[in-house]
Design a protein around this ligand. Sequence first.
Ligand code: AMP
Length: 207
Amino acid sequence: MRLVLVGPPASGKGTQADRLTDRFRVPKISTGDMLRAARAAGTTLGKEAETFMTAGKLVPDQVVIGLVDERLDHDDAKPGFILDGFPRTVPQAEALGALLEKRGTPLQYVLQIDVSRELLVERATLRRIDKRSGQIYHLKYNPPPPGAELDHRADDQEETVKRRLDEYDAMTAALLPFYEKLGLLRRVDGVGTPDEVTARILSELER
Ligand code: AMP
């Protein structure tokens, strides 16, 4: 299973990537998670990325392409991967194509998760992450249990979310025609419970 998930911030990509990972037994490769880990570890790369991330801007292509190139070489990614949040620009998509061609393992699916902008803002601003387990909650739709130690991503504040959505419309939306032309694109309605969306994804992949 070699699959890319494309969707705006808070469209449920991360949640669905976790579920697909369990189902297909391939790792989730999330550039957002890798960058947050680098930032938390205080590495040079993390510091470089931080300015872009807190502003809701995209980190330069070369940085994320390098991270993915290195990550694809880990043993666990040999049977496949679920890419979450990468590629986000056409140059990243072209670079990914080249990385996979080099390894003789072309992409099989690009799955677009569709959600309206108003719902995305509400989802992101009410999204909370349990610091200990990494589990994602929503204060209204999927409330955390008592005692959860919650974190609100700095880039999930309303103004930053709106900038990230603008960045998605400006840069990432161009991926859709790119992958459509390659015949890889599948679309799924991302409105509903996580279970409903997972069911739609699985039936789309079996189609
Ligand atoms: P995410 O968790 O996928 O929403 O990513 C959080 C932030 O990390 C984004 O707003 C960007 O600043 C940065 N980021 C993650 N993935 C990429 C990527 N593929 N290209 C550029 N920036 C990225």
